[in-house]
Design a protein around this ligand. Structure first.
Ligand code: PML
Length: 243
């Protein structure tokens, strides 16, 4: 199997990223598809790597979707859900504030996720500009999953992001992330989610105001398991079989 990763930049800023885990004979098709993903870029990097030892996840986290009238209501709902995974309100609020103002200490968005200690709220990622990136995860049959989501009434506009984010969130739980908070840094995409082993994948709209360019991911984690967790998130390869 091959891991194909794409990342695109515009004026030095990360604007798009995606990954596929595919058999070698599908390389051309996957590259063609990935280079069409970013709306605009001045630099695009494709990385192709051989991967061995693929783990199979039979079923993704269960999807639920909610609409709210305001970002405040949406955030309060997210905070309540995170409590079900043991995240104290104070830390959920701290994570929300972090994503709102840009979690990169140099300003703006990070490429990867923040790792937040679920006990102390301390940030545990070794490099706070880069963060931790969940990679090496894909669907066994992406086309079939896309079809199933369309049948469930998910609109075309949401499908690509939903498929990728659900795969990431599912792998995160398998690696031992206790809960996750996410919304996109794309100014036109205001749906975000919280996820965890008990709550599944809860899509929530609007997690930010229309046009806001800041977003990202916060993973709530146990500090004692952080080395193994990073190894799993960045190193182990997973294929998800079904919804
Ligand atoms: C992203 O694309 O950066 C995050 C997308 C989060 C929400 C995806 C969804 O379920 O619609």
């Amino acid at each position: 199997m091959l891991s194909i990763r794409m990342r695109a930049e515009l004026e030095g800023r990360h604007v798009s990223g995606a990954e596929r885990l595919i058999p070698a004979e599908e390389l051309d098709k996957a590259v063609k598809e990935l280079i069409r993903r970013p709306k605009a870029y001045d630099k695009l990097v494709i990385t192709v790597e051989k991967v061995k030892g693929i783990h199979v996840i039979p079923k993704a986290l269960t999807i639920y979707s909610y609409d709210f009238k305001s970002v405040e209501e949406a955030h309060s709902f997210a905070v309540e859900l995170l409590k079900k995974e043991g995240v104290p309100e104070e830390l959920s609020r701290k994570a929300i504030e972090l994503l709102k103002r840009g979690a990169n200490p140099e300003g703006g968005n990070m490429r990867g996720a923040v790792l937040m200690d679920i006990q102390t709220g301390e940030r545990l990622e070794p490099d706070q500009e880069r963060g931790i990136r969940t990679v090496r995860v894909d669907w066994k049959d992406r086309k079939a999953i896309r079809r199933l989501l369309r049948e469930r009434g998910i609109k075309k506009h949401y499908i690509d992001r939903l498929i990728d984010a659900l795969a990431l969130a599912t792998k995160n739980v398998y690696c031992g992330v206790i809960a996750e908070l996410c919304w996109s840094d794309d100014p036109d995409y205001i749906t975000g989610y919280v996820a965890g082993p008990n709550i599944g994948y809860r899509r929530i709209k609007p997690m930010k105001e229309e046009g806001a360019p800041l977003g990202g991911r916060v993973y709530f984690v146990k500090s004692e398991a952080v080395v193994e967790l990073i190894e799993c998130l960045e190193g182990k390869a997973f294929l998800i079989e079904n919804l």
